[in-house]
Design a protein around this ligand. Structure first.
Ligand code: SF4
Ligand code: SF4
Length: 329
């Protein structure tokens, strides 16, 4: 965590319970988009269809989680607030290519003053919408507007709440003190008001998925939260992420060895719009995980950004190919 984030009030003080224990990443890895450090051909992923278009609403967040992949905090505006006008340009383009879903991620999306306008615009155009939120105060300010959207659009709108763990201790170890009760309360409010909801959690290094789902199921039962913890689309459990720790590079041979298809990787079906501070318009990047790396900045329009993505980042290996995660509900 950088100094500014660590100084943030309510930031977690210890190291993350989800930290990756591995050696440092050697500098020669992930340095050439075409070949690996061993000289093998690097794997790439072709866009099969832009099914989910993510709009990054900006990096500002009410929390400063220990291992936030996008380094969000109440002071980090490296990605500025996306405006409703800018978003509309991409929604228009997405309509022409049959995109199904618009995803909103931050930061905390509900801190963006245009969030409700962008959400309504997306739903009114007929897209499904998925909002990633910590369900805390920024979301609670918009209860009336959210209820109105649920009335109009029903289950076309899904809110996915980050509840990093099924215990308060681990959740607050990652997210900071006083983050458990308000998050849980926001999730309960969504559930009791009949929203389509999901939860995003994480696995501790030695925690098996089956056991974790049982514990989440018990928590949901206890708290009156209507989520089937055994449904992987409703409780998404993410693998570890750390771009500074050693991990194997992915070659074209890996697909066969691992029995995986490039079509199942997130960047085969999604892209993300980001507006970087200092730039006069948003850009399109390969995926939600790598907003700052020039090698993953694909263009100014969805059309320009429809080329292949070389898997030239540790997240490609650890999170997507080896961890098997998907970022869509
Ligand atoms: S709530 Fe999400 S965006 Fe905000 S700091 Fe935590 S992980 Fe990052
Ligand atoms: S991190 Fe995953 S989704 Fe993003 S470019 Fe790499 S493989 Fe694709």
């Amino acid at each position: 965590m950088n100094a500014t984030r660590a100084q943030t009030r309510n930031a977690p003080t210890g190291s993350s319970p989800f930290r990756v224990e591995a050696a440092a990443l050697p500098a020669e890895k992930f340095s050439d988009p075409l070949v690996t450090a061993k000289g093998e051909q690097r794997a790439s992923v072709a866009l099969t269809k832009l099914d989910t278009l993510w709009l990054n609403t900006g990096t500002l967040c009410n929390l400063a989680c220990a291992t936030c992949y996008i380094e969000s905090s109440p002071t980090n505006d490296a990605l500025v607030y996306l405006s409703a006008d800018h978003a509309a340009r991409f929604l228009e383009e997405a309509e022409t290519i049959g995109t199904r879903e618009i995803g909103f991620t931050g930061g905390e999306p509900f801190m963006n003053p245009d969030m409700l306008a962008m959400l309504e615009d997306s739903l009114a155009r007929g897209f499904e919408a998925l909002v990633l939120t910590n369900a805390m105060k920024p979301m609670r300010r918009h209860e009336a507007a959210l209820l109105a959207l649920r009335e109009r659009f029903g289950d076309k709108l899904t809110l996915r709440v980050s509840l990093d763990h099924h215990t308060k201790e681990v959740h607050e170890g990652e997210r900071g003190p006083r983050s458990w009760e308000p998050g849980l309360d926001g999730l309960r409010w969504l559930s009791q008001n009949g929203f389509s909801i999901a939860v995003a959690g994480r696995l501790l290094p030695d925690e098996g998925e089956v056991a974790a789902r049982e514990c989440y199921a018990a928590l949901f039962e206890r708290e009156g939260i209507a989520i089937d913890a055994h449904d992987p689309a409703r409780l998404v459990l993410f693998p570890e992420m750390d771009e500074d720790k050693d991990i194997a590079e992915i070659t074209t041979e890996c697909w066969g060895i691992l029995g995986k298809s490039p079509q199942d990787i997130m960047c085969a079906s999604s892209r993300m719009v980001v507006h970087r501070k200092g730039e006069n318009a948003p850009r399109v990047v390969a995926c939600t995980l790598i907003p700052y790396d020039d090698g993953f900045d694909l263009g100014a329009t969805l059309q320009e950004a429809s080329g292949d993505v070389p898997l030239n980042h540790p997240h490609c290996a650890r999170f997507c190919v080896l961890g098997g995660a998907s970022c869509s509900a």
